[in-house]
Design a binder for this molecule. Structure first.
Ligand code: OVM
Length: 414
């Protein structure tokens, strides 16, 4: 059996077009729309010879593959590597890189830690932090919003919510970049991220231990499950690692992308200001429109068939969530950012048993920031060129120069 990027080489299945493209080319990663459109135009699947994978980007098939955990497993890795064939760069996640029945046990513990009740209890804390941050940024007027807002907010509230005794903003962000670049091929992005490992991984591993966490946070709930005999201590530490892996870069990207949308479409920001009830649907539209996690893989664990295409056991499938989220078959005028759309069924947080377990927390964080904005900020404007940052799995901004204008005292009490 031939191998490429840590998985089995396959032949293009009958009827599937061969497409000579590198979906991990940085020029595509920073500006993916025409790649998304071309992928959808190829049919339900395209065969990409450079990596010997199938890619899908139509909403229907992407949803089918992504949510069928029996045929398309996660335990073999959600990046290009097949963990049946190659050892992953770090111990396998007990939740995102696991299948039922084991997955049900770990997922249950994280669901409890991150329940609507647990995250709802943080509302006031989040709002106070967001109000303070936006006040400071209004004081400055203009700033670089990725560092000073998108990164600043989660790295302030998240380590405290987890219950970490000490925090290192840079290490948390860089670890996220490693985890997500790690899902791609052995390209320059992945190598550069992996080179940070020796500086970061030992610190992350250390913070996951019970002794480095304090009562009242998500980690404490996880270690209560250890004390109740549901999972063992090492599993508890690994679930804390899952929080640190998936909880920072994703929410940083959510906030950065939200601000970019509102600066790009000022008439949509006007609608938000006029009706703050739109804050939550507006964030769903940000997720649909910018797909912070642009792609994730599955591995076929049986010989099967999707949309008439025969798929061989061991095939890696690149599920291009960003393409599914801009499929005109699913979304009328997908290229329009519309805060009133309420885009039910977007795949930005996945679908099926692996659907983002931190979604309540993510939504609560972003809602706090958007609430502070609509209460205090009249205008959100670009103050220079926004640039996207290539990452093998995340679609995020690298720089976002922003200028904010305060709501005038006269209309403060509207
Ligand atoms: C984890 C994890 C969870 C979600 C996403 C992710 C690949 C990692 O459990 O470590 O990124």
């Amino acid at each position: 059996m031939g191998m490429i990027e840590g998985h089995m080489v396959i032949e293009p299945p009958k009827g599937v077009p061969v497409w000579d493209i590198d979906p991990y080319d940085p020029t595509i990663l920073v500006d993916p729309d025409s790649y998304y459109a071309e992928l959808r135009s190829k049919g339900p699947f395209a065969y990409i010879p450079k990596y010997s994978i199938l890619a899908c980007g139509r909403h229907e098939e992407t949803q089918e593959v992504f949510s069928d955990h029996e045929r398309f497993v996660s335990s073999r890795g959600v990046g290009l590597q097949d963990f049946h064939l190659e050892k992953p760069w770090r111990p396998q996640s007990l939740v995102v890189e696991a299948d039922p029945p084991y997955h049900s046990k770990t997922r249950k513990v994280l669901m409890r830690a991150l329940s609507p009740k647990a995250t709802g209890a943080l509302r006031e804390v989040f709002q106070a932090a967001a109000d303070k941050l936006i006040d400071e940024l209004l004081e400055r007027g203009s700033f670089e919003a990725i560092v000073d807002m998108a990164e600043a907010f989660p790295t302030t509230v998240f380590p405290a919510a987890v219950g970490l005794k000490s925090s290192n903003k840079r290490a948390l962000i860089d670890y996220g970049a490693m985890v997500f670049n790690g899902l791609g091929p052995d390209n320059a992005l992945r190598r550069k991220s992996m080179a940070m490992g020796p500086d970061i991984v030992p610190w992350i591993t250390e913070q996951c231990q019970r002794k480095n966490t304090q009562p009242g946070g998500f980690a404490a709930t996880i270690f209560e499950a250890v004390d109740a005999g549901e999972i063992n201590e090492e599993e508890g530490e690994m679930l804390v690692r899952s929080l640190l892996s998936a909880g920072v870069d994703t929410t940083v990207t959510g906030i950065g992308n939200a601000l970019w949308c509102l600066a790009s479409f000022p008439e949509q920001y006007e609608k938000l200001k006029a009706d703050p009830k739109l804050i939550r649907p507006a964030f769903e539209e940000v997720l649909r429109f910018t797909s912070p996690v642009h792609s994730f893989c599955r591995t076929a664990d049986v010989d099967t068939n999707v949309a008439g295409v025969d798929i061989l056991k061991g095939t890696k499938i690149l599920c291009v969530l960003g393409a599914a989220n801009s499929d005109a078959q699913k979304w009328p005028e997908p290229e329009k950012f519309d805060v009133t759309r309420k885009p039910m069924g977007h795949l930005a947080m996945g679908s099926g048993i692996h659907t983002c377990v931190g979604q309540n927390l993510a939504r609560a964080e972003v809602a706090a920031v958007l609430t502070a904005l609509v209460n205090k900020v009249d205008k959100i404007e670009f103050n220079g060129q926004a640039e996207w940052r290539p990452n093998n799995a995340i679609h995020a901004l690298d720089t976002l120069p922003i200028a904010l204008t305060r709501i005038g005292l006269a209309d403060n009490n509207r």
